[in-house]
Design a binder for this molecule. Structure first.
Ligand code: THU
Length: 161
């Protein structure tokens, strides 16, 4: 039997097509690039989470001389939100980056790595409420997805355990 996953998303050429709350969250993700500690890759990522109580939690990637010990911006922000605002659902996440060594990536829209997808999915299943994701390129192209769930089909989850 053939089956298919399908989902729709919004592709925008700039932030003018975002709702005001989405635009504010993306601005926070851009600011959060300043929180990156990325001396090894020089790829600075900012993530911003919007919580249901209106709080915005920011995180930047945190690298380590022992490379695998580094942590992405998305997981930095998720851990901060869970620790500082326990139990408060997340409604949206925005991500932005700059590559200090390349200026040819203006149009390339960042999407989270596999481990971050798994972590975003855990946050979603924990709160049982959708988390929207706003992904951006340095020049301002944007993809908006209604649910982080769509980033990881055939996912592993706590329901197995
Ligand atoms: N990185 C993130 O923080 N988020 C992403 O979505 C992709 C990659 C970080 C990890 C590492 O510090 C650097 O970017 C280069 O991979």
């Amino acid at each position: 039997m053939d089956k298919a996953f399908s989902f729709s998303y919004r592709l925008l050429t700039d932030a003018s097509g975002l709702e005001p709350a989405e635009a504010a969250l993306l601005a926070a993700a851009n600011e959060a690039q300043q929180l990156a500690y990325a001396p090894y890759s020089r790829f600075e990522v900012g993530a911003a989470l919007l919580l249901d109580d209106g709080a915005i939690v920011k995180g930047g990637n945190q690298e380590n001389a022992s490379y695998p010990a580094g942590i992405c911006a998305e997981r930095t922000a998720l851990s901060a939100a869970s620790s500082l605002y326990p139990g408060v659902p997340i409604s949206a996440v925005a991500i932005a980056y700059r590559n200090l060594d390349r200026n040819d990536q203006g149009e390339m829209i960042l999407s989270p790595c596999g481990i971050c997808r798994q972590s975003l999915l855990e946050a979603f299943s924990r709160q049982e409420k959708k988390i929207k994701i706003i992904m951006s390129s340095p020049a301002g192209r944007i993809i908006v997805l209604d649910s982080v769930e769509n980033l990881l089909p055939f996912s592993f989850s706590g329901s197995f355990l």
